[in-house]
Ligand binder design. Structure first.
Ligand code: FAD
Length: 440
């Protein structure tokens, strides 16, 4: 197979997904790329440049691959850490699988994990062994059950569902155990915990999303002559009988290309799509059913001498997670994620801030973080994607029914919840589709 001619590509949306798609294409020799971004486009899954980089799992292969591609060797600071659980009785227990080959790592990791009662560890282990040996199989209608129902059916007590499984599900998927599809949860657990020991390793990158992802991506693209075009209003898609014909910018310019890749949130995409596509294709109509989930976090930045990142999942009712990450030399960011009530607005900021300070006091009873600056509360209506039963079938594949239109974004069908890894997997798949067509 020989490399074909470079393809012309328009990418709408220059957040993490759009920038990564452009870089993956440029790396394969497709330099004729136009990136179109909205100046005030804050709607979406929002790669907020100032946010700390989320904790990265060894299984986040696409994320680690991108970091290797864009980071100068001098910026490789990262610290490893363990997954910790703070139980209702105040004890903190870490999940610490040994570096053993194959299934030994999770067998020993589970046996040693004191967050679950002995009996529950044995029940879970024997259940997994039976699955492994083919002596039993997962229920065929797993997607019709919630993760909570499934855990109950395999002998996990209400206490361990509250203390361990519920905050784990929130961290891994952004979803409540009571609403999350059992099938999605099982898939995530198997992907992360039941493969290689290194998949479960956690690393915390120093710096913000801007420092580690967005700025190096923009710089790498700039070196290849690709600079996003910024518009004050939404561009428009022009659809013809055989696909997208052009994109029209607010200043009246038309841009034509062989490929159009939309790297926006599903809500923004719906606002961009002509009605005729929604009416004609179930693929697009189904996007209406994708439901974003909100998140509120309380953030403190404080000074430290030696940064020590932590990820603690909480059995608490108000917060389900505390993450401490180094964001600048001598500075840590501490983020507490709120277990969201029906409406985010129900919790006033001052109550959240006080509760967060109390929580930190409990985490560090003898040595609370010093030099704590003023805390801030962040509320975001689209922080995750609801992964209830049936949603997997509604997440679209990257190739749309229009042959020259591709969709990228953490909410597309990637096998991951709507996180950075998912965004990058979708970007890679779009680049693969364009590349495959050019080599035909
Ligand atoms: C509060 C919150 C917490 C999160 N926590 C985690 C986490 O812990 N771990 C994790 O892995 N992931 C997390 N994520 C998800 C992660 O941030 C996203 O997967 C990632 O940022 C998605 O990037 P994106 O480029 O698809 O979207 P965005 O960053 O939203 O980018 C979209 C881009 O499109 C532009 N735009 C918008 N509308 C238009 C338009 N009509 N025309 C042209 N351009 C347009 C915008 O200006 C923007 O540049 C979190 C997200 C949020 C919001």
């Amino acid at each position: 197979m020989t490399a074909g001619p470079p393809q012309t590509v328009v990418i709408v949306g220059a957040g993490l997904t759009g920038l990564a798609t452009a870089l993956f294409l440029a790396e394969r020799g497709h330099h004729s790329i136009t990136l179109v971004d909205l100046v005030s486009g804050t709607e979406g899954y929002n790669s907020n440049a100032h946010d700390p980089v989320p904790i990265i799992l060894g299984r986040h292969r696409e994320t680690l691959r991108l970091l290797r591609l864009i980071q100068p060797p001098t910026a490789s600071e990262a610290s490893s850490l363990f997954l910790e659980f703070r139980l209702a009785d105040g004890r903190t227990i870490s999940y610490h699988p040994p570096r053993l080959p194959g299934s030994w790592q999770w067998i020993m990791g589970l046996l040693r994990f004191r967050g679950l009662a002995w009996r529950e560890r044995w029940t879970l282990l024997s259940y997994l062994e039976q699955l492994w040996e083919g002596a039993r199989s997962l229920p065929p209608d797993l997607d019709n059950h919630t993760a909570d129902q499934w855990l109950e059916s395999i002998g996990q007590s209400p206490m361990s569902r509250k203390q361990i499984w519920s905050p784990l599900s929130r961290w891994l998927t952004g979803n409540h155990l009571e609403r999350l599809s059992a099938s999605v949860f099982v898939h995530q657990l198997a992907e992360i915990f039941l493969q290689n020991a290194r998949d479960v390793f956690l690393s915390s990158l120093h710096g913000s999303i801007g420092d580690r992802f967005l700025t190096p991506l923009r710089q790498a693209l700039e070196r290849k002559g690709i600079v996003p075009l910024r518009c004050a209003e939404r561009p428009l898609l022009r659809v013809g009988p055989s696909g997208i014909e052009a994109i029209r910018l607010p200043d009246g310019r038309r841009i034509q290309a062989r490929w159009y890749i939309i790297a926006l949130s599903h809500r923004e995409l719906l606002a961009l799509l002509p009605e005729q596509l929604l009416a004609r294709y179930a693929y697009f109509a189904r996007l209406v059913d994708l439901e974003p989930l909100p998140e509120a976090t309380v953030e403190f930045r404080h000074r430290v001498i030696s940064p020590c990142p932590r990820l603690v999942l909480l059995a608490d009712n108000l917060f389900h997670r505390v993450v401490l990450t180094p964001t600048a030399p001598g500075e840590m960011t501490c983020r507490l994620s709120v277990t969201v009530p029906p409406s985010l607005e129900e919790l006033p900021d001052d109550r959240l801030l006080q509760a967060a300070r109390d929580e930190l006091q409990q985490l560090y009873p003898h040595d609370p973080p010093r030099g704590t600056l003023t805390g801030t509360v962040h509320r975001n209506q689209q922080a995750a994607l609801s992964l209830h039963g049936g949603v997997t079938l509604r997440r679209p594949l990257q190739q749309s029914p229009l042959p020259n239109l591709l969709l990228a974004g953490p909410w597309t069908d990637t096998g991951w919840p709507a996180n950075i890894e998912s965004a990058l997997v979708s970007a890679r798949r779009c680049a693969d589709i364009v590349d495959r067509q050019s080599t035909r």
